[in-house]
Structures are given as structure tokens and as C-alpha cells.
Design a protein around this ligand. Structure first.
Ligand SMILES: Cc1cc2nc3c(=O)[nH]c(=O)nc-3n(C[C@H](O)[C@H](O)[C@H](O)COP(=O)(O)OP(=O)(O)OC[C@H]3O[C@@H](n4cnc5c(N)ncnc54)[C@H](O)[C@@H]3O)c2cc1C
Length: 421
């Protein structure tokens, strides 16, 4: 069979490798001039760094297995709870929590943040009747009513803002998982539900990284595909898909490729331009700003491995101190520091270096200036929450994988069954 894969992100490359192993003749078409999609690298100050994804969730085991198959070593990040920087204060999140909800509100580290009376009020939550929990309840309304404003604003909002880019008052409990309202009614208390969820998290690190960078995964997949006889064509944006005389025709980069099956592995908004009927929406854009710094003040990792910004404190919504987080990167950087910040596109500073240094200073609690800066880079990405796509095989011989199938994150993408099975 002739297979054409559109998109060379992790989903397209995983699909291509699988189809090659089944004996297909495989062509991967990639719109840009680089392979890897959102799992790719950038060069800064002589360092090769992750430009997009930097880790994977361990829950499915699928990414770790894939890495092992490809001969890549994986390792955990340094384990320190994230910091939060809010107006006038900075604090480390309590170690025991679920979605920022402290499972033990009376613990000292929680009381230090929210105060004793708020902690006592929250600790009594299981004794208060739950009342009615509508399916569309927002996290904000729920946490405020059950545990108080302090926990909502100081702990839950920063954590969920970092993950969902939405304030808790605009985020429904069901957006996190559709079954949560029912699970809460069943548990009878928000703290009890948090305890159950917390206990379900497996021991050990929830995420791992690839030694040398997550980009090595897509790079190794591309190499395996080429070694296996597949071809990857860059600067070949697919702009039309048609089915004629028993085969799929893909118009891309001014040429045409014919296949018996076509695998769409582009972000969903791009896929919806090629296949009518798929969910079409304006994608959210995020920017990742990476700084390489000479700053001995950061040697002690003053804010651990990462910081969440309370809405409005800085343009950046979160910061990762990458050299504090990844031991292999610290070794590679030889005393320099690598810091990554994520921004909603509209908040990206117009004067990138000055704005990013000011935001990094605020979030790290260390004064950084142009004298500390060895290099900076901004990369703009499509970012999308998972979307339900009903049929991943909408027409004979046409398959959707990865983001095109509504999936987000390497763990989900790698664990998804191949739709041609
Ligand atoms: C900043 C950022 C950080 C992230 N961090 C993590 C993380 O740490 N861990 C994690 O698990 N996930 C992370 N994610 C999510 C993860 O990167 C994505 O879920 C994953 O890359 C999706 O893979 P994909 O192959 O479906 O799509 P993509 O990686 O987006 O690849 C799609 C490819 O299709 C190409 N393409 C688009 N249109 C066409 C066309 N018409 N013709 C040909 N090619 C086309 C694109 O150029 C791209 O190369 C992050 C995402 C972002 C934006």
C-alpha cells in the first residue's frame, strides 16, 4: 500500500513508522522546513534546546516504551513543588494537592499561604452538606463556596491558569474531565474527592524528559523512517485532498502525491481546511520565550524548577528554570542558565529582551539585566485543548491521528491505537 502522511509532528512520525513496519511505501509531507512539529529544537548560544514540548506524562507508559525502542534515555526532572508569584508575594505550592486544592488544609505550608482561619474553614468542608452540584459548575464557584476565596485565588487559580490558560471562574469542572461533577456528587465533599484523586496518582515522577531534549524523539523517529525506506518531504504544505479513481490525491508544495491511504497529522484547524466537517476553530496562539543567562544569582535555583504567575503580575503566565529542572541540561549549559517563559501571544513584550528580562526578574526574584543575557529566542505555537473528534476514519482510506484526532500531549498521542488496525 502507498501511504501519505500529512504533518511531521510526533503523531505523523509515529504513524509513518507504524505503516512502514507494516510494509507500506510511506511519504511524509511537512509544510515547514523542519521536522518535528511542536516537538522540535532551537539553537541558542551554542546550545540545542527544546523549542516546544520538553517532557511527557508517564501515565500511559507509551512514550517511555517508544523512547526505549529508539535508544533514547529518559529521566525525571528535579522534584520541587512550583512557586507562585502574586501581587506582593511569592510562595511555594503545598506538596500535597490536586488541581491546587490542598488535601491537608491545616498543614503548616498551607496555613502560611492562606492564613489559619481560612485553613480551619477549609478543613471543615467535608462536614458541610454538599448541596446541588450542577454539571456546568465552574471551578471558581465550587472552590469559593466549599473551601473559601483564599484557596481559590492563591492556590487553585494559579495552578489551573498555568494548565488551561483560563481563570477558574471561566473554567467548568467538567472541562477538566467530564465525569468530575458526578464523581464529586458521589464523594460528597471536594476535599474527599481531592484526596481520592491524589491517592490515585502513581508514585514517582508524573513526567519524564529525554536526555538531551524532547526534540530528540522526533529527530530519532525521522531517522528511523528514513532508514526504513520512507521519505520525508519538507516545505510541502498539503493544500488539497481528493479521492479519484480509487486513490487519494494530495496536492502539496506545487506537486501531487498519490496514496491508497492518507493520514492527517496536522493541528485540527489545518486538518479542517482539508477535510470538510471536522471541528473548525480559531487556534489559540502561545509564545515560548527562551533566555540563556550568565547569572550566578540563579545557581541556587531561588524559585526551584518553575514559577506560576498570578494573572496580571507579569505578561508571562509561567516560567521554567530549565537548567534547575533537567540535570542533563545543567551539565550541558556549563554554568549558564536556561529559562523558558510562556506567554499568550497578545502579551508577548514588544521589546522582547527588555520585557522578558523584566518578567524573568519578577518571577525569579533576582534582578536580571541585558548584561546577564547571552541569547534569547521567541517561538510562536498553536496551542489547543483536547477536542472531541467523533470519527478518526471519516472516509475509506482517510485517517486522523494526533492533534487532527483532537488529542493533546505526547502521552495521549503515543498511546492512541492506530486507526487502521
Ligand atoms: C509550547 C508548547 C509546549 C508543549 N509542551 C508539551 C510537553 O511538555 N509535553 C507534551 O506531552 N506535550 C506538550 N505540548 C503539546 C504537544 O507538543 C502536542 O500535543 C503535539 O506536538 C501534537 O503532535 P501532532 O503531531 O499532532 O502535531 P504537531 O506537533 O503540531 O505537528 C503537526 C505538523 O503538521 C504540519 N502541518 C500543518 N499543516 C500542514 C499541511 N497542510 N501540510 C503539511 N504539514 C502540515 C506542521 O507544520 C507540524 O509540523 C506542548 C505544546 C506547545 C505548543
Amino acid at each position: 500500500m502507498r501511504s501519505v502522511v500529512i504533518g511531521s509532528g510526533p503523531a505523523g512520525l509515529i504513524a509513518a513508522r507504524d505503516l512502514l513496519a507494516r510494509g507500506d511505501a510511506v511519504t511524509v509531507l511537512e509544510a515547514t522546513d523542519t521536522v518535528g512539529g511542536r516537538v522540535t529544537s532551537l539553537e541558542l548560544d551554542g546550545l540545542t534546546l527544546d523549542a516546544g514540548a520538553e517532557s511527557f506524562a508517564t501515565r500511559s507508559g507509551a512514550v517511555a516504551t517508544l523512547c526505549a525502542d529508539l535508544g533514547l534515555s529518559v529521566g525525571p526532572p528535579a522534584a520541587t513543588p512550583a512557586w507562585v508569584v502574586g501581587p506582593g508575594r511569592a510562595y511555594q505550592l503545598p506538596a500535597t494537592g490536586w488541581l491546587g486544592i490542598p488535601t491537608r488544609p491545616l498543614d503548616k505550608d498551607v496555613r502560611k499561604i492562606i492564613g489559619s482561619s481560612a485553613a480551619v474553614h477549609a478543613s471543615l468542608e467535608p462536614h458541610r452538606p454538599l448541596g446541588e452540584i450542577p454539571d456546568d459548575i465552574t471551578v471558581g464557584a465550587l472552590v469559593r463556596a466549599r473551601l473559601g476565596d483564599e484557596i481559590a485565588e492563591s492556590l487553585v487559580a494559579p495552578v489551573l491558569q498555568g494548565v488551561y490558560s483560563r481563570h477558574i471562574d471561566a473554567l467548568q469542572l467538567a472541562d477538566i474531565s467530564p465525569t468530575l461533577p458526578a464523581e464529586l456528587r458521589e464523594a460528597g465533599s471536594l476535599l474527599k474527592l481531592a484526596e481520592v484523586k491524589r491517592a490515585l496518582s502513581p508514585a514517582g515522577s508524573a513526567v519524564l524528559g529525554v536526555e538531551g531534549g524532547m526534540w530528540r524523539l522526533t529527530s530519532a523517529l525521522a531517522e528511523a523512517i528514513r532508514d526504513g525506506g520512507g521519505s520525508i518531504v519538507t516545505q510541502a504544505a498539503a493544500d488539497k485532498l481528493s479521492y479519484e479513481d480509487g486513490a487519494w490525491r494530495v496536492d502539496a508544495g506545487g506537486g501531487r502525491v498519490v496514496g491508497d491511504r492518507v493520514v492527517l497529522a496536522t493541528p485540527l484547524p489545518d486538518a479542517s481546511l482539508l477535510v470538510p466537517g471536522l471541528p473548525a476553530f480559531e487556534p489559540r496562539k502561545v509564545a515560548v520565550v527562551t533566555l540563556v543567562l550568565n547569572a550566578p544569582e540563579l545557581d541556587g535555583a531561588p524559585r526551584g524548577t518553575g514559577v506560576l504567575a498570578v494573572d496580571g503580575v507579569t505578561g508571562a503566565k509561567a516560567l521554567t528554570h530549565s537548567t534547575a529542572k533537567w540535570p542533563w541540561l545543567a551539565r550541558m549549559a556549563k554554568g549558564r542558565h536556561v529559562v523558558r517563559m510562556s506567554y499568550a501571544l497578545e502579551n508577548l513584550p514588544a521589546d522582547l529582551d527588555a520585557g522578558a528580562l523584566a518578567d524573568a526578574s519578577r518571577l525569579l526574584g533576582v534582578e536580571l539585566s541585558a548584561a546577564n543575557l547571552r541569547g534569547s529566542a521567541a517561538r510562536i505555537w498553536t496551542d489547543a485543548a483536547p477536542v472531541a473528534v467523533e470519527d478518526v476514519n471519516p472516509q475509506p482510506g482517510l485517517y486522523l491521528v494526533g492533534s487532527a484526532a483532537g488529542l493533546t500531549g505526547l502521552a495521549n498521542i503515543a498511546a492512541a491505537p492506530a486507526p487502521w488496525d
